[in-house]
Design a protein around this ligand. Sequence first.
Ligand SMILES: Nc1ncnc2c1ncn2[C@@H]1O[C@H](COP(=O)(O)OP(=O)(O)O)[C@@H](O)[C@H]1O
Ligand SMILES: [Mg+2]
Length: 256
Amino acid sequence: MRVLIAVFNQKGGVGKTTTALNLAAAAARNGHTVTLIDLDPQAHLTSILGVPPERGRDSMFGFYQDDRPLHSLVVDWPGLGKLMPAHSELIKVDSIFGKGPAILGKLHRGLEQYRSDEPNRTVIIDCCPFLGVLSLNAVFCADTVVAPVSTDFLALRGAQQLERTLNALNGVLKRRVERRYVLTRFDARRRISHEIRAQLHELFGDDACEMVIRESVDLTESPALGKDVFSHSPKGRGAEDYERLYRDVFGLSVPE
Ligand SMILES: Nc1ncnc2c1ncn2[C@@H]1O[C@H](COP(=O)(O)OP(=O)(O)O)[C@@H](O)[C@H]1O
Ligand SMILES: [Mg+2]
């Protein structure tokens, strides 16, 4: 199966990096060959692996600035697959390239080349929390956009903005980008969690996942240990929830 997923929401702190990492880990455990791309100048995903490139040109910035081929940037992520790392210099991409049509398709073209030897590679992109060249690049090549929505109103607003952006892009891309809105940091004891869940379903219907990612200590702890949640706590609720998200996004049945 050939799948390219962009994890995006304009709001920060909603669980994008947590979702990109643990969705990738779930896919790898289910037999996928996985490449993660860190497309956020904050480079949180890269820092979880613990080997941030010293020079911008050895990160995704090198792909944009120096036209480096993507395969020359990958580093191994033991047990998970590969990572194309980020660097703080990525913040310059918007001001260097603006939003011309050629730059918006750059990642798509780079990934076509990267995947030519192994077309079934599953690629998961961790986006930054604003809609500029980088995030548009990710959305342009995505089969599916996974939008984490934490249980607060600003995260829901971010999802609504994303929905408008994706709908506006339908015409440009001549296809409908699939989207999965997934509630994160769900705490059943808090009324707001249930309110946001109801609104998410009202706003997005079938594009909203039935399953939720619950608030869990495993998910807060694992990045500090440089691990995905399956390696850190395989029987915990974080691992259970991300396995369910994997099944949802890949069109498999999700157990009750
Ligand atoms: N389901 C969850 N339960 C507990 N903590 C979470 C959960 N999801 C994310 N977090 C924590 O919330 C913070 C923000 O998450 P992160 O994935 O970095 O968001 P983003 O990439 O959208 O900015 C991180 O400290 C992360 O560990
Ligand atoms: Mg992040």
